[in-house]
Design a protein around this ligand. Structure first.
Ligand SMILES: Nc1ncnc2c1ncn2[C@@H]1O[C@H](COP(=O)(O)OP(=O)(O)OP(=O)(O)O)[C@@H](O)[C@H]1O
Ligand SMILES: [Mg+2]
Length: 366
């Protein structure tokens, strides 16, 4: 999968800019605060319909302006796609090859992207929400139906939560809860199944890559845990029982206590929780493994590599890991965008396209 060019108008610190990419390695170099990450954010926004960094689209508009516009030409399976995104006053319009798109699921997953940012350390360091988000974003890319499944689950969750918050007596709440629990069980079970299956794929891929990134003496282990159960069958079997058992507690606490919105993925390194015991460098390498595993899973399922966006990744890795990563991206057909403040870290690479980013302008150097 490829991006050929990107045009910005009033996006972040770019008033107007066009950039043409090469099919191999593209390096965006510049001092801090010049607009390197903003380029990657633009690509990600077009493909995923959301920013990685902010929830409010208005923050993406060039300060003092009223709207932004992004356009890029992509290629996948020898077909060409022109994606456009326009945002103004709370409304966004998306077009694929000049045709308006209504739903995210109509285009997300068409061209895949893997984004590595320094903030991704939170996948290991932060709470379960970050890990559920990570697995859902991967699922959405390979299985776009996961978007509507999640939306349905969230809608049921909201309705059940409203009921719990306003129910005055236990008997009345009980009857209505049965209805919502039935739906929660049906949709929630499908969410749980998707996530268990994807975690298993990640585990298989990470296992292979981990020894190369870390050396063969260490191992990593990923385990999806739903309702405190480590296997899919156990979790699904226990789900109706858990809903039943927690009914009184849910009414009392006025909160939805059972379901995949409370699940987690346990990440262990050498048998111990990476969240609590891994060093900062180990945590970074774990995230790198997860991202490269994402590349491999998408390639396996879609038969083409996704576009790889690496934001400031090199400065955080030691030399051995940096070399492994550069070798990985140089092999086979992977189009990669790398941002860096120091070109010296990538000098050895063959024929990368280098772009100088300075105060919201981009100039190709080689
Ligand atoms: N909506 C906006 N309008 C105008 N400028 C913005 C907007 N949002 C962010 N900026 C500015 O964009 C600049 C570039 O941001 P970006 O994150 O791309 O920098 P960077 O080159 O990746 O820097 P670093 O090396 O520090 O990561 C920042 O100085 C920021 O103040
Ligand atoms: Mg940056």
């Amino acid at each position: 999968m490829l991006i050929h060019n990107l045009y910005f108008k009033n996006f972040r610190n770019y008033s107007e800019q066009e950039i043409t990419f090469t099919n191999g390695i593209n390096i965006l170099v510049g001092s801090n605060g010049q607009g390197k990450t903003n380029v990657l954010e633009g690509i990600y926004y077009l493909l995923m319909g959301k920013s990685y960094r902010v929830n409010q689209e208005s923050e993406l508009i060039y300060w003092g302006q009223k709207n932004f516009y992004l356009r890029a030409n992509f290629e996948a399976y020898e077909r060409k796609y022109c994606l456009e995104s326009y945002y103004e006053k709370g409304k966004k319009a998306i077009k694929i090859n000049q045709l308006a798109c209504q739903k995210l699921s109509e285009y997300v997953g068409m061209i895949n992207v893997v984004f590595f940012t320094p903030d991704d350390l939170n996948i290991i360091k932060s709470g379960p929400l970050e890990r559920r988000r990570f697995i859902d974003l991967l699922l959405i890319q390979v299985k776009p139906a996961h978007i509507s499944l999640l939306n349905t689950y969230i809608r049921i969750l909201k309705q059940k939560s409203i009921l719990l918050k306003r129910s005055l007596n236990k008997a009345a709440a009980n009857d209505q809860l049965l209805v919502w629990n039935e739906q929660l069980l049906e949709t929630g079970s499908r969410v749980i199944r998707n996530r268990y299956e994807m975690t298993e794929k990640l585990q298989n891929q990470c296992g292979k890559m981990f020894s190369k990134v870390f050396g063969c003496h260490e191992n990593m282990d990923l385990q999806y845990v739903s309702l405190g159960r480590k296997s899919l069958d156990e979790a699904l079997a226990y789900f109706p029982e858990a809903l039943e058992k927690q009914r009184d507690a849910e009414i009392e606490r006025r909160a939805v206590l059972v379901g995949p919105h409370r699940d987690d993925i346990i990440v262990n390194i050498n048998g111990r929780s990476a969240r609590y015991y891994a060093s900062q460098g180990q945590q970074r390498s774990l995230v790198l493994c997860l991202k490269l595993a994402e590349m491999e899973i998408i390639n396996k399922e879609k038969e083409e590599y996704p576009i790889l966006l690496l934001d400031d990744v090199l400065s955080e890795l030691d030399e051995g890991r940096r070399e492994y990563l550069m070798e990985y991206i140089s092999n086979s057909n992977k189009q990669t965008m790398i941002t860096t403040t120091d070109l010296g870290q990538i000098e050895k690479q063959k024929d990368p396209a280098v772009y100088i980013v300075k105060q919201g302008t981009i100039r190709r150097e080689s």
